[in-house]
Design a protein around this ligand. Sequence first.
Ligand SMILES: [Zn+2]
Length: 373
Amino acid sequence: MELLVENNEDILYRNSHPSGNYSVKTGYAFLINSSSLEQVADQDYKFFKLICSLNIPPKWSLFLWKLVMNGLAVRSNLIRRGVDIEGACVSCGMMDEDLQHLFRFCSFARYAWNNSSLHILTEINESTSLRHWIQHYILLFNSEDGKRSERLQAVVGVLWSLWLTKNGRVFRNERGYVADYFRHLSQTMNSLESFLKPDSRPKEHSRHLASNGDQPPGYCRVNIGRRGDLPTTPMQGDNAVILKVDGSWDKTTGHAGFGWAYSLDAVNFWDAGGEYGTMSALHAELTACLKAISWAKTKGYQCITICTDSFSIVQMLRSPNRREVRLLWTLQELLKVGGSFDMCTLWKVGRDQISQAHFIAGSCRRNLVSFSV
Ligand SMILES: [Zn+2]
């Protein structure tokens, strides 16, 4: 367990043991015995530099930093700031919800750690603060595996997924705790994979069919709702919802997944639903749109904006003579459900704009999972 020679950030423990090596024992001893304020500040600064240099998405680094600095909005922190709320953990209801409980000692967190590939036991050294506990593993895995450590990424992945699951419970009424956690974990690890290999996403059949042609960006759209006019911006306001939709397709198995995310303010998008099936790539894109607008129907929206990255679908809906016979039933169903809204506008957008829906679709396809909020 020698320190990496080229990384200055890793020399936090250089005086903690005569050998200069990092070990679990000396690591804990150093962290726990750091009493001088300057020493702690210096340690924070070095740890912050280390977090920023890790090979993880920047939003994870920021999250990790807030977590170790006790800066996340958990109930104990909100109460300390004068917010009048119940203090009990929303998951188990047994203990006060502070970061140590939420990410380590809650039965839900223990389950998550025990079922991770890391086999981390949360009970060991119970008196250690969460901050030192997390620092310990980050430093240990960084020291042993380097900055690209998969174990280190897995630690942050579990922490991030626990946070998403807690927020899902609080803000989106998600109830299937364990299922929600594994869905968030799957999305989290997918997004890490994309972050590490930005060009890895396979190009799908429908995206080869055509380019935007003569349409300027943002103007390739069609309204299949009752009102025929075409808005110039996505609809917002009462009874209006914006959906990001995507289909995912595996050419080896023919398995497809569909995902959609929704927003009421065009800024924050939330996971809305996902399903899986077996069909062609273009059919998967079309089915994803149908599933999403059917979901919006059950929620009572009257104006919907669908964002899809499939040019073919928008073109098919715009020109009846381009409609594919093999997809006729799904198309008819789409036109029927779409026609029951005041406005049902489908917009061709860039692939990067629907990544949230893409992750849901891929996850539902691979794990044969369906869900809806
Ligand atoms: Zn709890």
